[in-house]
Design a protein around this ligand. Structure first.
Ligand code: GLU
Ligand code: ZN
Length: 455
């Protein structure tokens, strides 16, 4: 059975690159009718925070990337990691290194002065006697050998072992390092496919060596190129578009973000829009691109606009209410009903949930604007008002007729009526059409708002 995993360190919120990695792992496991596991890599006690762990889990669930089984915590497995290090020591695949920090720093400094790449020189590799001194445990890498990473995305990556240093497995306080923990956990969790960011390619070679020394069956590796910002640089926290939360808070729908991330560095023919079923059905690791992908914010927004337009309205409303409650003010139920029952109007031309929210602002956020009426349009508005009060309830046809008559009688254009009217009714130029505004406000509220301005 295919088993994949997503293995974030809880040292920050879920990054957009991480979200894509999680999505690919999830989709592949579902495509293969396998399992997708979540492993929290929380061995760095100082930087790992429960709050980030919760945020990551919440973000995954918001995105609809659901993992199987219970969360797996790396920190609960430290004993096993240490055991493996000791076994490697026993089999002479690892050794104790007693070099002090000062000694290593000095060597690093000399390498720097000579402009050569520093790697540990293997001083303690062949020590026979044990010393009663603090030590780290290093993997003993066979020199002058070629190690091959058969990468499902990048192709075969070959490396000469002499360019790799005998890396540390256990620190002097007996804590395991990332490469040891990750290898042991991948083995224990029976991971068959490791799908992760490009930045772990060198780690993969190190992890492969641990697997080989332990005689374990290797998983298959897939290293996905990173996501760059719009200007082609590495995406950083400062971009304001680096975490899933950044997208959530401007009102991007999870389904739109998922669709966007799916197509970022992966393709299936010319298809752009994928529902959940389709993305599972068509996903394959073969079609992952080799070059970095560039974030395209306009594309995200236009996909979001597509989903706002086409999503089942009840689902859209659910998303909208949660959005408003989380990021905007607490609205009372009457207003929420008003917004949701007019969603088909308010969602028009909206690219984000925030746009819909802004479009609906006029419903509850009304202020009298004194400067919107001048002498020129006063008569026009008055005329409109005196016709409108004759209506008992909203009647689209009759309102059209009133508009037409006024335009004709005064020899004006529609905007000469529409613009001041829109300002009076909403306090804003950005609002739905006049008819839609009146429909949403209702006749009596419309009359009230006009009255405030003309009396
Ligand atoms: N904790 C690592 C990271 O967040 C995971 C690496 C891996 O997938 O093996 O980058
Ligand atoms: Zn040493």
């Amino acid at each position: 059975m295919v088993i994949t995993r997503f293995a974030p360190s809880p040292t920050g919120q879920l990054h957009i690159g991480g979200a894509r990695t999680a999505l690919f792992n999830y989709l592949y496991s579902k495509n293969q009718k396998g399992k997708f596991l979540l492993r929290i890599e929380d061995t760095d006690k100082e930087r790992s925070k429960k709050i980030y762990e919760n945020q990551i889990i919440d973000s995954l669930s918001w995105l609809g990337v659901n993992f199987d089984d219970n969360v797996f915590y790396q920190s609960q497995n430290i004993k096993k990691h240490i055991e493996v290090a000791n076994q490697l020591l026993k089999n002479n695949f690892a050794y104790k290194c007693y070099c002090t920090q000062e000694e290593l720093d000095q060597k690093r400094e000399i390498a720097k002065q000579n402009s050569v790449n520093y790697i540990y020189d293997g001083k303690c590799r062949d020590l026979i006697e044990e010393k009663n001194l603090p030590y780290v445990v290093r993997l003993k890498i066979e020199k002058n050998k070629k190690i091959m990473l058969y990468d499902g995305v990048q192709g075969d990556v070959e490396i000469d072992t002499s360019t790799l240093e005998d890396f540390i497995l256990l620190r002097s306080d007996n804590t395991p390092t990332y490469n040891l923990s990750a290898s042991v956990d991948d083995k224990l969790m029976n991971i068959t496919h490791v799908i992760r960011g490009d930045d772990h390619k060198i780690n993969a070679l190190k992890q492969i060596m641990i697997f080989q020394y332990m005689g374990w069956k290797l998983p298959k590796y897939f290293h996905i190129p990173l996501i760059h910002s719009e200007d082609g640089k590495k995406l950083s926290k400062r971009d304001n578009a680096s975490t899933t939360e950044d997208y959530k808070k401007i009102g991007i729908l999870p389904i739109a973000l998922r669709n966007y991330l799916l197509r970022l560095g992966w393709s299936y023919k010319d298809k752009e829009i994928f529902n959940d079923e389709e993305s599972i059905k068509y996903f394959s690791l073969k079609n992952i691109g080799k070059s970095p992908s560039k974030l395209d914010f306009e594309r995200i927004k236009s996909l979001n606009e597509f989903y706002i337009k086409n999503l089942n309205e009840n689902i859209l409303i659910e998303n909208l209410i949660t959005y408003i409650k989380t990021y905007k003010k607490k609205l009372d139920d009457k207003i929420i009903v008003n917004i949701t029952s007019n969603i088909n109007i308010l969602k028009n031309k909206s690219k984000t949930l925030e746009d819909i929210y802004n479009n609906s602002n006029f419903i509850y956020d009304f202020q009298k604007k004194l400067d919107v009426i001048n002498d020129k349009n006063k008569t026009i508005i008055n005329e409109f008002y005196s016709e409108l009060v004759k209506l008992k309830s909203y009647d689209e046809e009759k309102i059209s007729q009133i508009n037409q008559d006024i335009i004709k009688n005064n020899n004006i254009k529609f905007k000469d009526l529409g613009q001041p009217l829109r300002l009076i009714l909403t306090g804003s130029n950005q609002a739905p059409s006049i008819k839609d505004i009146i429909k949403i406000l209702g006749i009596s509220e419309t009359i009230n708002r006009i009255k405030l301005h003309i009396s």
